[in-house]
Design a protein around this ligand. Structure first.
Ligand code: GUN
Length: 293
């Protein structure tokens, strides 16, 4: 079959635009209400990938004109001390958004920590109050990676109404909130996962594929319906062509899928940059809500 080559969805450029819009919103909030939105990030331990992520977050927060507050705690920090820190950030008037970097060390109950964050400052959208609001269609702080994926989808197709969307992966961070956001866009939504029967056939029926399984290049080109929009949330580090080197790949076999898809996100440079951009957008939203703006 001959198909037109798919268009590449440039997450890097779209994220830069989202950040520019956030910077404009921050400047206008500062002018009208004399506040500088503050985003607090808490990192427990020294996971190298999390450290890089937190550093990028801090830098982009400042570039948008917001205040970045960073708390780096030792890996053996006890749960009570972490909860006390979150409680103090909840009370702090200069902090409008709080993010506790996950995963947390095994001795800390992640659920308890997430539930201790003031829902009005929960810029990750992981608190059960925000999860509930999202699922009942109310205004909520929305998880950043799914929110970013919707912006990418709408950059190629403004109206998603009636489209058949298949999400592969059922995590609380991506799969489930993604389903809620796609429902809000009037898609017909399927959440597939590791126990789904005939997964390839399920994906073949999709006008929109959201790949969020965390398995390198699992979704093959011949699973993709010609013309479908493919959003690859996976970020997997695998051995590269040269020995000793590694490279990043998504959950989709990109070269194969790009032959068939109508539009597709690359890895890196697709969904990845959107996550921090949407986090900054959530921090601005939380700051605005705090002053009734
Ligand atoms: N770890 C990896 N992604 C995320 C995220 O979006 N939020 C938090 N808090 N931790 C993460």
């Amino acid at each position: 079959m001959t198909t037109a080559p798919s268009s590449l969805i440039d997450g890097k450029a779209i994220a830069a635009q989202v950040r520019a819009d956030v910077a404009t919103g921050v400047a206008s909030l500062t002018a009208s209400h004399n506040i500088v939105p503050g985003l607090a990030v808490v990192l427990v331990g020294e996971d190298p990938a999390s450290q890089v992520y937190v550093r990028n977050k801090g830098k982009q927060t400042i570039e948008c004109g917001m205040r970045s507050i960073e708390h780096k705690l030792a890996a053996d920090t006890n749960q009570a001390d972490l909860l006390a820190l979150v409680a103090s950030l909840n009370q702090d008037k200069e902090v409008h958004g709080i993010l506790v970097q996950l995963p947390l060390p095994d001795h800390i109950d992640e659920k308890l920590v997430i539930e201790s964050i003031d829902p009005a400052k929960d810029v990750d959208g992981f608190h059960p109050i925000n999860v509930g609001r999202l699922s009942s269609g109310e205004d909520a702080l929305t998880p950043c990676t799914p929110a970013g994926s919707i912006i990418l989808l709408k950059s190629v197709q403004q109206d998603l109404s009636g489209m058949n969307a298949v999400i592969v992966g059922r995590s609380n961070i991506v799969g489930k909130p993604m389903a809620q956001l796609l429902l809000r866009e009037n898609c017909t939504v399927t959440i597939a996962h590791s126990r789904t029967r005939d997964l390839a056939d399920v994906v073949r029926a999709a006008d929109i594929v959201i790949a969020a399984v965390g398995r390198p290049e699992m979704i093959r080109g011949d699973w993709i319906k010609p013309g479908a929009i493919v959003i690859d949330v996976g970020i997997n580090r695998v051995p590269g062509a040269e020995s000793g080197k590694t490279k990043l790949v998504g959950d989709v076999a990109f070269a194969e899928a790009a032959e068939v898809a109508g539009a597709i996100t690359p890895v890196p440079g697709g969904v990845g940059p959107m996550t921090i951009a949407c986090l900054l957008s959530n921090a601005l939203q939380a700051a605005k809500t705090s002053v009734g703006a």
